[in-house]
Design a binder for this molecule. Structure first.
Ligand SMILES: [Zn+2]
Ligand SMILES: [Zn+2]
Length: 163
């Protein structure tokens, strides 16, 4: 979202409300995840000695593949945002996000926050049973009947004892 900050840029302590729902310019995230729909942001932008602080809440939905059963899953994220922006002429000596003139673009900062908040392993459901290692059946949908004959190494000694 491009925000016109001309109302607060010259006044230390000035603050403005920033609320938007928008179609993100780039939908691909990371780990094969893709944004499902519009992203929703609600917060404030405050001028603190020329640095503009964006505080607020970002909500979104994304689609991904379940790590265990490989089925498409839809997930939501609710992220607390706290980022600083500084005029591009001063940005080089800082690790804040730059903005040009009176226009502040939140896209890069919000996208970085989304990618950092994505879990490494997405599951369709916490209790997803995954796929059978032998026949590949989706164990959420069926009981395949394969027998698990791998013996827990801790029990192997016990088996020998009873022979
Ligand atoms: Zn799953
Ligand atoms: Zn099986």
């Amino acid at each position: 979202m491009k925000v016109n900050v001309s109302d607060i840029i010259r006044i230390n302590g000035a603050s403005m409300q920033v609320d938007f729902i928008e179609e993100p310019s780039e939908k691909e995230l990371a780990h094969g995840c893709v944004l499902d729909d519009k992203i929703r942001f609600s917060g404030t932008l405050t001028n603190e000695l020329g640095t503009l602080h964006l505080e607020g809440r970002l909500q979104l939905n994304y689609g991904c593949e379940c790590f265990r059963c490989l089925k498409p899953a839809s997930k939501g994220l609710d992220i607390k945002i706290s980022e600083g922006f500084i005029g591009s002429d001063k940005a080089e000596q800082s690790d804040l996000y730059p903005f040009e003139g009176k226009i502040l673009d939140t896209d890069k900062a919000l996208r970085d926050n989304i990618i950092l908040s994505l879990p490494m392993k997405n599951l369709c459901a916490e209790e997803c049973k995954g796929l059978c290692e032998k026949c590949g059946a989706n164990l959420n949908e069926m009981q395949c009947g394969c027998v698990d004959d791998t013996i827990d190494p801790r029990l192997e000694g016990l088996n020998k004892f009873f022979e």
